[in-house]
Design a protein. Structure first.
Length: 195
């Protein structure tokens, strides 16, 4: 069991799979992962699935966690980007060399927080996102699984719902989670053999 703690931030319109699969995989790997709402305790996902958050952002401090995760989904990612508490958390994590992770539309929060310039990252491949990261080394390559999750120091980004499992396993790996047993147990390695 790792002693690491992860905050997965939720706002109305969050992408359910990108959030809940990350929490699920991290917990299976022995890492404490929590859903942290920026609004109400009950948070509505982008596909009308309601989730009861573990806690509210105002109840916690950024230093309670070793990693912050920004999921995509619309308007969830936009809601996170427009919340100064979220921006301050991301800036603080980055300045203290803690892990910051974002997937799909979530990297727009990195841009808003001013930590994307000059960094190697990826996001959902729509033009508007590629255009958003002109001052970053943007990875736009789906040819290999390892390019769907991009690691630049303690900044970890990924592309979208289909890349959630490799993203979650990378987060667990860098935090010292027991990923091999979990990958085997959920048939992840068997799935990769078919690719």
């Amino acid at each position: 069991m790792s002693d690491k703690r992860v905050a997965v931030l939720l706002a109305d319109g969050f992408e359910e799979g990108e959030s809940l699969f990350v929490v699920d995989i991290l917990r299976r790997c022995g890492i404490s992962a929590y859903t942290v709402s920026i609004g109400e305790e009950m948070v509505r996902g982008s596909h009308d699935i309601y989730v009861k958050a573990d806690c509210l952002i105002d109840e916690k401090r950024y230093d309670d966690y070793d990693m912050v995760v920004i999921p995509g989904g619309m308007p969830g990612a936009e809601n996170l980007k427009n919340d100064m508490r979220v921006i301050n958390w991301v800036k603080k994590f980055s300045s203290e060399d803690k892990y910051v992770a974002a997937i799909c539309a979530g990297p727009m929060v990195l841009k808003e927080a001013g930590i994307a310039a000059g960094r190697t990252l990826t996001s959902y491949p729509a033009y508007k996102y590629r255009n958003l990261f002109k001052d970053s080394n943007y990875v736009d390559d789906n040819s290999k699984m390892e390019r769907m999750v991009v690691v630049d120091g303690k900044l970890i980004t990924s592309r979208g719902p289909a890349t959630t499992l490799p993203f979650a396993f990378k987060l667990a790996e860098v935090l010292g989670g027991d990923i091999d047993k979990v990958k085997s147990g959920i048939l992840y390695n068997d799935m990769l053999k078919g690719l």
